[in-house]
Design a protein around this ligand. Structure first.
Ligand code: GAL
Length: 999
């Protein structure tokens, strides 16, 4: 009988489980009966753990309780009635007092009834399986306590045979939000308690298959299966069939279960995820698996699958959804993975815990290299110098081993899993080494990863997170004497003998990251470098509403947390609502599996295009190669390149079509590799890779046009369709249009606000101080102007301004010259900083304000780089062409408003109102051929910088145009390196030349 005495010592017990917990095994697809206990459960939440256990009795009046769905997180149910989610990155949201947790320990009691199906009476055993409960739970069936377990993202099975009976049964579950296990689950994510994965009752037949592991290897075109069957003697004979291969093995006793050759097979790879259905059957049960034949191996410093080097173009994937949290939705997950494929993602690190078991089925099927990570992180001990870190404390050894055992056993059959990872950011210590030893003993077919093993004492691959481009290059280079971080020279030498991967790089928080292409270039040059996993795939925003009712995606601090880490949880290449950010397009372009190199042989351009297949093993027979020619962005010719299939690792040259070169327009050739047929993840015609070649001919020098003079109209000066007030433009083409005003500020990106990073590489950054802080210190966001001069010549208007900020002795001189050239108004702006500006600048530009007028500006058309925003260190997804977008579409709704929307290298820009052109602007290159970019937004950078969420932006019908002579790069300094020096914007003199006319 349940007791009501509150012995809560189990909450501070590092031991992972109590009671009738079964040994971990594979999560199998079987024809043995099962009963889902998902659905509504009775639920009661208490503020502490010391509530009477009487609720677990068979007879208990729960009529007054609420209903809650299983699976779900209680903090995401009931509109705040059951507490709120908490977001922390490294910090523990409770005192660091291991293994204890506070008495304030939200405790959810769950009850439900179920009918044991009649035919289950033949079952030998009945198991109750929990696929995920955060963080510690206890289980009762019909009032009998069965046991308890922790390991939130792991599967736990209890033997409830003795407790269940035919007909009605009562199951009761008590879930504590905090326990000793919380110390092991300090991943950078929301703390989301509850029964959040499936609960299933399993009938285990006598003579069934308890577990099966089919290690399916590939060598020399042939497949080999090393089987392991866990079944009692009564289960035999056991029959394995691979119908497609005509394979049938009948094992009459356990001794018969030995490795065998299955003959010629097609191998499994992330590119060609060939699966063969396999059944393993006894008289009582048939288990169905999908085998993918592949052999993983480390040879020297190479990581190989089927003998070929793997390059990870990966993402870190968390299970997160704005409404469901970590509750799995298969349809959504499938679409998410298909999206990854469409963006050339070929690998997933399951940061930082095993996902829902079905995710691995999808990964097998769609094709991903998976680094399967154990549910472990103790990062919060960093704050106390790792004192008391469970990773090196024998009291926690059992918990560590339990976690890794559950991880490996559950998912061992998946061909997609090519590396086991012990966890993340748990310091180092004997318990991690013990986990690794256990994995090595259990699975010799897959290497072990753990980034925190800096010196390589117990793992097989060298892994780092956020190492800079320079450091990463040094890791790939033998000759480099550069010491490796946290390594003695000898340890560094050992690490250089291993394959290297970046388990995290390119922190995709807000607008960014930059430099993806620089990392990718290293992978090409140094085969020891095997690519990496962008941090991270998607934002973790939680759908909520502002006080005014506006919906938005909440982040840390939005739910009244005592400690939190703000918007550090919004660092994905996908926004919370599945919308890809420009960084994902950049990633896609950078890692595209086909590389086009134009010209390059003796004939120059006539050498055609060299098409290199960078894939692991698939040839290019699934692709077609299309080309098109555009004159100033207008298509004039198109066709298809004839090319035989190029083998993986190979290259072939295709002749280029005759390109009609325009006399008075830019001529661009675009080539694309597109899918020749639809796949499970994209339609026929989906673009896999793109490149452009500028084939523009020499352009005639523009004729010098006569300048025309002024008209004076009442008190206003007019020049063509431009009106001036005090020397400043006030209207154009009858529309209010004010400017130019020097703009040096951008609403800081998360990377601009970052303080991490390898400062030695960017002499512009100051250790420990963000660029944004320096910009605010120097007053870039609050510039003031003193007009020094207004000169009206016969054919021009010239103003001279000195722009500076309060309490600053530095300034920028801005000279604007307006003239009328033919029908067009020309503006030349000379921007000259005084000496002594100490930092990089976010931008050098001029802004124009277009208040809501008769023809309010609500969009743009342009010829330049597009269609999405681009920045100096993130230009690869951008192509030269003609684009249009509404003003809203020009900005990305990052979870925390920040700089967005810059379109680079613009030649022509039209501001539109309901689709018609209001003002046309031609941007002329400066004397060094550099072209400006533009941003069109409803808000100024200063307004954007003041908003912490999109709903805080003031309502606006105005349009703000900023034309930038230059923008600073993006970098990755929110967690990683600052902007690479080449793309960092230093104060310098710049010229802008614009020609404006009425639309
Ligand atoms: C890493 C960590 C990730 C995440 C990232 C920053 O150190 O492993 O879980 O916190 O930093 O977003």
């Amino acid at each position: 009988m349940p007791s009501s005495s509150a012995d809560l010592s189990y909450l501070s017990d590092p031991a992972p489980a109590r009671g009738a917990l079964r040994a971990a095994r594979s999560w199998l697809h079987t024809d043995a009966p099962s009963l889902s206990l998902n659905g509504p459960w009775r639920f009661r939440l208490s503020a502490t753990a010391s509530v009477a256990e009487d609720f677990a009795a068979e007879v208990f009046d729960d009529a007054g309780w609420d209903a809650i769905p299983v699976p779900s997180h209680w903090v995401l149910q009931g509109d705040g009635a059951y507490g709120r989610p908490i977001y922390t990155n490294v910090q523990y949201p409770f005192p660091i007092d291991p293994p204890h947790v506070p008495d304030e320990n939200p405790t959810g009691d769950y009850r439900r009834r179920f009918e044991l199906p009649e035919r289950w009476s033949r079952a030998e055993r009945v198991l109750l399986r929990f696929d995920g409960v955060e963080v510690f739970f206890r289980l009762w069936v019909n009032g009998v306590e069965i046991g308890g377990a922790s390991g939130s993202r792991l599967t736990h099975e209890f033997d409830v045979t003795e407790a269940v009976r035919p007909g009605g049964n009562v199951v009761a579950v008590r879930v504590h939000q905090w326990s000793a296990a919380s110390y092991l689950e300090d991943q950078d994510q929301w703390w989301l308690p509850g029964v959040f994965r499936d609960v299933t009752l399993l009938a285990r037949p006598a003579g069934g298959v308890e577990d099966v592991w089919l290690r399916a290897g590939f060598d020399g075109g042939r497949g080999r299966i090393e089987p392991e069957v866990t079944a009692g003697p009564a289960a035999f004979p056991v029959t394995l069939r691979v119908p497609e291969l005509g394979v049938e093995r009948v094992w009459t006793s356990p001794e018969d279960v030995t490795p065998f050759d299955v003959g010629p097979v097609e191998p499994w790879s992330a590119e060609q995820p060939r699966l063969y259905e396999v059944t393993v059957a006894t008289a009582a049960e048939t288990v169905t698996l999908r085998a993918g034949f592949r052999t993983v191996e480390i040879r020297g410093d190479r990581f190989l699958v089927n003998g070929r080097r793997v390059v990870f173009h990966g993402v870190n994937r968390h299970e997160t959804h704005p409404e469901r949290g970590r509750v799995f939705d298969e349809e959504h997950a499938r679409e998410d993975l298909a999206r990854m494929k469409r963006f050339n993602v070929n690998a997933i690190r399951t940061s930082h815990y095993p996902p829902h078991p079905r995710l691995l089925d999808l990964a097998d099927e769609l094709g991903f290299w998976v680094v399967l990570e154990c549910d472990l992180e103790t990062h919060g001990f960093d704050a106390v110098g790792w004192a008391g870190n469970p990773s090196d404390d024998p009291r926690w050894r059992e918990a560590y081993l339990d976690r890794v055992t559950r991880t490996v056993e559950r998912d061992k059959n998946h061909p997609s899993v090519v590396i086991w990872s012990l966890g993340n950011e748990a310091g180092t210590g004997a318990n991690l080494a013990a986990m690794s030893a256990w994995v090595h003993a259990r699975d010799t077919g897959r290497p072990v990863h753990y980034e925190g093993d800096h010196a390589g004492e117990y793992t097989d691959v060298y892994s780092r997170m956020y190492s800079s481009v320079l450091e990463t290059e040094q890791i790939g280079t033998d000759g480099s004497r550069a010491p490796l971080l946290h390594c003695t020279p000898a340890q560094g030498a050992r690490q250089r003998t291993r394959p290297f991967l970046l388990c995290e790089y390119a922190h995709a928080m807000g607008n960014g990251p930059g430099a993806l292409d620089q990392y990718e270039a290293l992978v090409d040059r140094h085969p020891r470098l095997h690519g990496g996993f962008v941090w991270e795939w998607r934002d973790h925003g939680i759908a909520t509403t502002a006080p005014d009712g506006s919906p938005y995606f909440g982040y840390g601090g939005d739910f009244g947390e005592v400690v939190h880490d703000g918007n550090f949880v919004m660092d994905g290449m996908l926004l919370s609502d599945d919308v890809p950010t420009p960084s994902l397009y950049e990633f896609k372009a950078v890692v595209q599996p086909v590389r086009f190199t134009f010209g390059g042989d003796a004939d120059g351009d006539n050498g055609g295009v060299l098409i290199a297949n960078l894939r692991h093993s698939a040839d290019t027979s699934d692709l077609r190669f299309l080309w098109r020619v555009e004159h100033d962005g207008t298509p004039v010719a198109s066709g298809e390149l004839a090319l035989p299939a190029v083998a993986a690792g190979g290259a072939a040259r295709a002749p280029l079509p005759p390109v009609p070169v325009a006399r008075d327009a830019e001529t661009w050739l675009t080539v694309e590799a597109v899918l020749a047929a639809g796949t499970a993840w994209a339609q026929e015609g989906h673009v896999v890779a793109t490149a452009q070649l500028d084939r523009s001919g020499p352009r005639p020098a523009p004729a010098v046009r006569p300048r025309t003079g002024w008209r004076s109209d009442g008190g206003t000066l007019t020049l063509g369709s431009a009106e001036f007030d005090g020397g400043t433009l006030s209207a154009l083409a009858g529309q209010p249009f004010a400017g130019p005003r020097l703009e040096l500020f951008r609403a800081p990106t998360d990377n601009d606000e970052g303080v991490s990073g390898a400062v030695e590489e960017s002499d512009a950054s100051v250790a420990g101080v963000s660029n944004a802080a320096l910009w605010r210190r120097d007053g870039l966001d609050r510039l003031t102007t003193r007009r020094l001069r207004v000169e009206r010549a016969a054919d021009a208007l010239r103003t001279l301004d000195r722009v500076s900020a309060a309490n600053s002795a530095r300034w920028v001189t801005v000279e604007s010259v307006w003239s009328l050239e033919g029908e067009e108004l020309e503006l030349r702006v000379e921007i000259t900083p005084s000496s002594g500006w100490p930092t990089v600048w976010p931008r050098i530009g001029v802004s124009f304000e277009l208040p809501d007028g008769a023809r309010p500006v609500d969009g743009a058309r342009w010829f330049g780089l597009g269609p999405l925003e681009s920045y100096p260190d993130s230009l690869r997804a951008a192509r030269t062409g003609r684009f249009s977008a509404g003003i809203g579409e020009l900005s990305v709704p990052y979870a925390r408003p920040q700089e967005t929307g810059h379109r680079s290298q613009v030649r022509e820009l039209a501001l539109t109102s309901a689709g018609t052109e209001v003002v046309r602007i031609a941007a002329l290159p400066d004397t060094r051929g550099r072209r400006p970019g533009f941003t069109l937004s409803r808000h100024t950078p200063q307004q954007i910088a003041r908003a912490a969420h999109p709903f805080e932006l003031p309502a606006s019908t105005a349009a703000h145009l900023i034309v930038d002579a230059a923008q600073h790069g993006l970098g990755s300094r929110a967690c990683g390196p600052d902007v690479w020096p080449e793309f960092a914007l230093r104060p310098e003199a710049r010229t802008l030349r614009l020609r404006m006319s009425a639309g």
